[in-house]
Design a protein around this ligand. Sequence first.
Ligand code: PMP
Length: 317
Amino acid sequence: MAFSQTLDYAFFEGNIVPFADARVSIGTHALQYGTGAFAGVRGYLDADGHTINIFRLKDHMARMMKSAKLLRADLPYDAGDLADILVKLTEKNAPASDVYFRPFIYKASVQLTPRLQGIKDEFALYMLPMGDYLDTTRGQKAIVASWMRVPDNAVPSRGKLTGAYINSALAKDQAEELGADEAILLDGDGHIAEGSGCNIFIVRDGTLITPPVTSDILEGITRRSFFQIAKDLGIPCEERSIDRSELYIADEAFFCGTGVQIAPIATVDGRPIGDGNWPVSKHLHDAFFDIVRGKSDQHRDWLTPVQIKQPAGAAAH
Ligand code: PMP
């Protein structure tokens, strides 16, 4: 899936402009050195057909400000201002389907030295229509990548920093070239860290387990949400290091993240996970989609509803 179709308007250099006009110089620092930070946020069409529920907008913008801090970015916006810009752009683009937001902060000066200080920062945002990122109608084929997850004291893993995604791209290519869907990266100690663009959970004897934030992972907002949903459902949860061999013998395993949402893993390195019935994953999946589609009374505070006024003549569906 290429996801190259964007919605008509973007936010760029302080204004909402046509997407085609949101352009930067080839000398841009962030383009040369990967000195940017981004977020990926989803908006779900509510069961009512004319509201987009932005999922955990405040939390995404708060994490983005933390990434900005790691980048030493200096912006004229706080997390609340960024959230307001997302809402305004949603109203302007008036999507009629689920959407994905790509906000990012980048070092915008034309400047040759790879440094973080003293460079002008900008904030930009665009949107795409988006359904599933991985094909979630079936279990995922995963491999353990030979590429290690970038260690925090090389590039901060808990920042969603653009340059660090070379690491994800190397692992994803390896997975796809081996006929798999997704790669699992190990941390510097050889423990499970995460997928190329998602966090990972396993289930053993009814307990939900995920690697700790010190395993060089991105501190995923979906990861945090599933932990909370599992606690609500009375499922025991543990945050601790996971060995590769534990993954092989797990009863269930799944990827989660904003793009992936929740995607059960069928095989790792050709070994089947569990018996092909993944009851805990299915339970979590159903609870999650009830929340994001506005069908549940649980965690209503995770949704920022934006009313969509369709252009005259267009039918909401
Ligand atoms: N890890 C990586 C490397 C990612 O790119 C993502 C996607 N943002 C995640 C984990 C999941 O994070 P979140 O749930 O906040 O989207």
